[in-house]
Design a protein around this ligand. Structure first.
Ligand code: UT7
Length: 305
């Protein structure tokens, strides 16, 4: 869906969306497609690229806020779709736009504790289903998508560290205020994203910069040693602000927000996929991944790819 299509739906312009967010287009799932459909496609690509068979996977984690149904989790649906019948654990992680780094952190803990060897970590969302298409403050920002990675236990350094944070005091700045336990009737009325954009913007810039410093310090490395920043794709101005604080030029920052919009938990693995497939990110390079979302939740991962 191009920005120009949104001009027909709400009081906005292509120019406003580009200048304030960097977004040019986003993808919207077909009516018949669910989050698990997107997760399955991404997972199959990741499994192919990793050169493993699905039955080697002994943990499935899906980061999502927009599950197909209340339960089972998307991870269980996905495990079945992929034909994994080894009874290994599968569960969803809900940390909205920080969901992928949260899922990566959980997966890393399982591997480091010796409880999993081959983990499928997916970020998948159909945010279009929780948007008010009459609210220009939100509907121009988000898109649907999925990305996936396969982690394998190894003596080589892969995930050096993950750093996860939350501060629930800010729940009302970015939320879908209704849900199952607050009652289905209300859910019909308010089950869409509501955001106080400029306040979220300020917190995002400050927390992403803090967590980047925390990650560098924890690993005793200097920002000049980073090869790539692979940030959550919410707003080009936030991405540029974070890059500036890391003294990175935009050549070393993966930016896909122009083509995907904000796909919440899917945005980091989608960006990673684009830059790996086009040959920019190479084996052995150091990547800083970081995300910020509703909750607030935020986090980072330092990775040798
Ligand atoms: O992924 C989870 C984390 N989410 C984020 O990180 C998002 C963070 N926030 C943002 O990216 C930005 O705050 C937005 C892109 C949402 C908004 O940009 P902004 O520069 O903060 O704009 P604003 O909210 O301060 O609004 C500026 C003006 C307002 O008009 P007035 O009051 O100045 O007359 C808005 O009503 O822009 C207006 N506006 C729009 N105009 C045209 C808001 N949305 C639109 C729109 N088209 N779609």
């Amino acid at each position: 869906m191009e920005n120009t299509e949104l001009e027909q739906m709400v009081d906005t312009t292509d120019q406003w969306i580009r200048e304030r967010t960097g977004i040019e287009r986003r993808h919207i799932a077909a009516e018949s497609q669910t989050t698990c459909d997107l997760a399955e496609a991404a997972s199959r690509h990741a499994i192919d690229m990793a050169g493993i068979s699905a039955d080697q996977i002994d943990l499935v984690i899906v980061a999502t806020t927009t599950a197909d149904c209340v339960f089972p989790s998307v991870a269980c649906l996905l495990q079945n779709r992929l034909g994994i019948t080894n009874a290994s654990p599968a569960f969803d992680v809900q940390a909205v736009c920080a969901g992928f780094v949260y899922a990566l952190g959980v997966a890393d803990s399982f591997v480091k504790a010796g409880n999993a060897k081959t983990v499928l970590v997916v970020g998948a969302e159909t945010f279009s289903r929780i948007l008010n298409w009459e609210d220009r403050n939100t509907c121009v920002l988000f898109g649907d998508g999925a990305g996936a990675v396969v982690l394998t236990a190894s003596d080589e350094p892969g995930i050096h560290s993950t750093h996860l944070h939350a501060d629930g005091r800010y729940e009302e700045l970015l939320h879908v205020p209704e849900g199952v336990s607050r009652g289905y009737a209300e859910m019909q009325q308010q089950a869409y994203v509501q955001m106080r954009g400029s306040e979220v913007f300020r917190m995002a810039v400050s927390k992403l910069s803090e967590v980047a410093d925390e990650t560098l310090q924890a690993n005793g490395i200097d920002k000049s040693e980073l090869d790539w920043l692979v940030p959550h794709q919410a707003n080009l101005r936030i991405i540029k602000g974070t890059a500036r604080k890391l003294a990175m030029t935009m050549e070393n920052v993966v930016v896909t927000v122009q083509d995907h919009g904000n796909t919440s938990a899917a945005s980091i693995p989608l960006a990673l996929d684009v830059a790996v497939r086009d040959g920019r990110i190479k084996a052995g390079e150091k990547l800083l991944l970081e995300g910020f979302g509703g909750g607030f939740t935020w986090g980072s991962a330092l990775i040798t790819f």
